[in-house]
Design a protein around this ligand. Sequence first.
Ligand SMILES: [Zn+2]
Length: 202
Amino acid sequence: MQCPKCESEQDNESAHCSSCGANLLPGRPLLVRLLWLVVSAGALAVLVLVPYLAGGRIPFFGLVLLFPSGISVFVFALRMAIGAVSDAERYRIRASRFKANDPEQAVRDYTRAILFGDRKEGKSWVRAVVYDRAQVLKAANRKEEAVEDLKDYIRQMWQAGKGKTVRVSMAQAEVIALEEELGARVGECTDSDVGKVDEGSP
Ligand SMILES: [Zn+2]
């Protein structure tokens, strides 16, 4: 990896440049920030324009539903557009960039993201990262660890009251498939062991 500031060659694992001290963890890309800005503007427009254009034709409960959700979308989108990015989120962004070229580093970055995010980002963020890490572990052929992460993700989803969702059934299917592959590998070993014993015996 090259330092974006002084262009010196840096280790993929470094969080800071060893030559100039620049932060090597990526922030939120400008395009993503712009998209969130558009979302926040859209939410604001809905909040202001819909009641105005409707001119009292929206029933009271409609407004009660519109305002809290509209305001929370607006605030969330504005934070994503102009707010600071936590270290946990920076590690998550970097991990997603390393996924294809350096999966081992991606796993390490996801692990740090989970560690830092545990206190700051909230449970739904953390379990999403656990799921992301499982996918990289799977791709890196680290199946046992992938199963651990998927089971952890499923357990956290049940704790959050989201056990009966499509995501959880998909994760369960992944666990079953991985455990079958792991089981098949064990089976192959036993078969070959049996074969050796048979060959060796008179
Ligand atoms: Zn540098």
